[in-house]
Design a protein around this ligand. Structure first.
Ligand code: HEC
Length: 119
């Protein structure tokens, strides 16, 4: 019985340590692979509104501003989704609380119009 309790405690401790180590990067590290799926949205109208609200300030019209030029970058949909959800050194991350999944797909469809993403 004593041994079993010890084992349970050790497993609990390991699980806790593992959970902590995963969070040690500050913001949760998102894997690119989890964003690998086809871009199906063609909702450019909604996407342009999302872009105006969240991106235009730093990437005006896809050009450089406080952020770099993204027009013509031809990133994959997964890369762009990852970038929006993860942010960067000087770019904020936008979680689903700010940009919903459907709005993110529409945003990609809009940025495709200036070649920031390629299906
Ligand atoms: C506060 C300013 C800011 C906002 C808002 C912002 N970005 Fe950025 N973005 C940046 C900066 C600065 C970088 C450079 C990378 C870094 O900071 O690590 C960047 C990088 C990028 C890149 C990669 C460019 C490259 O050449 O590697 C993409 C794509 C991008 N942003 C798209 C977006 C989209 C889409 C939005 C809206 C959801 C957005 N950004 C909102 C500042 C911003």
């Amino acid at each position: 019985m004593g041994k079993n309790l010890f084992a349970v405690l050790m497993i609990g401790l390991l699980a806790f340590a593992f959970a902590c180590s995963k969070e040690s990067g500050g913001t949760t590290a998102l894997s690119l692979a989890s964003f690998e799926f086809p871009l199906e949205s063609t909702d450019v109208a909604t996407g342009s509104e999302v872009y105006a609200e969240f991106c235009e300030g730093c990437h005006p019209g896809g050009e450089a501003g406080d952020g770099p030029k993204i027009a013509g970058d031809l990133e994959t949909p997964a890369e762009l989704r990852w970038r929006v959800r993860s942010g960067g050194d000087d770019m904020p991350a936008f979680g689903p609380d700010k940009i919903s999944d459907p709005d993110l797909e529409a945003l990609l469809a809009f940025t495709e119009t200036f070649g920031a993403v390629k299906r």
